[in-house]
Design a protein around this ligand. Structure first.
Ligand code: GUN
Length: 283
């Protein structure tokens, strides 16, 4: 059995199942996702293109609303409010980063929780903490689905996360606690980081630092999940020194082809979840 956890393959399975579910819908209206982009950030252009392509592949209507870099906060909020109220729209993404004159927290909190496919809204995150949410941020959800796919049980396991971001580390910590894992959330300033990591059953690195996780951080029974998305000398890589770590551990995700494809697949899943909730409530 391969020790490489192939995120592309798992994402493809999820997308195919979703495509079939959408095809079989009895309701005429298709799920619809709006992406708001402010300005012309090159990385955002690429991410958005991938999201829209993925929507198209599964049968979700994906639409980009692009605004000028100089749009003021209130005009942006008016646009969001229109989408919040529109019953034919199921999901809204405001692509980050935003220009510096617009406060990201204020905007993500202005998106209605009923359209919050990113899971960045404070209410969504609070419900995750209380184990009472239907929506989970796409990257943590993708990680849980990868582990489930590989039958890697979480109950009672010692999980170490490196990274405490609002998008990955914090929600993932809560999601894992809710699965009865014992979770240690570290960051790059944590003392004795490698000794703490070395004792883990599952090590998840979401620090955004290339080559952080070396053979000194791991053990032979470990599952390593690499959430890093770094560019070093023009080359895309994760946080883990894959060549040396993969020789030791039991399971490992590659970069690219590990967590990345799962993030988009889970955004689509979230859009469909919110669509189903809306359609059920309308009945
Ligand atoms: N920018 C980079 N990744 C993301 C994401 O997952 N959601 C949003 N809204 N912006 C991003």
């Amino acid at each position: 059995m391969s020790k490489i956890i192939n995120g592309k393959e798992c994402a493809q399975i999820l997308n195919t199942n979703l495509k079939n579910s959408i095809k079989q819908l009895k309701v005429k209206r298709k799920p619809k996702l709006i992406i708001i982009q402010i300005g012309n950030n090159l990385a955002s252009n690429k991410y958005i293109k991938n999201k829209l392509k993925a929507c198209d592949e599964v049968g979700i209507i994906g639409e980009l609303k692009k605004f000028d870099e100089n749009i003021d906060k209130n005009s942006l909020k008016l646009e969001i409010e229109k989408i919040n109220k529109n019953l034919s729209i199921d999901g809204l993404i405001v692509q980050l980063p935003l220009p510096s004159h617009i406060d990201e927290k204020e905007i993500t909190n202005f998106i209605s929780p009923s359209k919050d496919v990113d899971g960045f809204n404070a209410l969504t995150l609070g419900n995750i903490m209380l184990n009472n949410s239907k929506i989970y941020p796409a990257t943590p959800l993708g990680i849980l689905k990868l582990l489930e796919w590989k039958d890697i049980d979480l109950s009672g396991k010692n999980v170490v996360i490196i990274g405490r971001s609002n998008i990955v580390g914090k929600p993932l910590t809560n999601m894992l606690i809710n699965k009865s894992a014992t979770v240690t959330t570290c960051n790059t300033k944590t003392k004795n980081l490698k000794d703490i990591c070395k004792k883990a059953d599952i090590l998840i690195s979401a620090a955004g630092r290339a080559n952080l996780v070396t053979k000194k951080f791991v053990n032979k029974n470990m599952t390593v999940i690499d959430v890093g998305a770094n560019f070093v000398n023009g080359k895309y890589c994760g946080d883990v020194k894959f060549n040396e770590v993969s020789k030791i551990v039991k399971y490992i995700t590659p970069v690219p082809g590990g967590v990345g494809p799962m993030t988009i697949a889970c955004l689509l899943q979230n859009t469909f979840t919110l669509y189903k909730i809306k359609e059920t409530n309308l009945k």
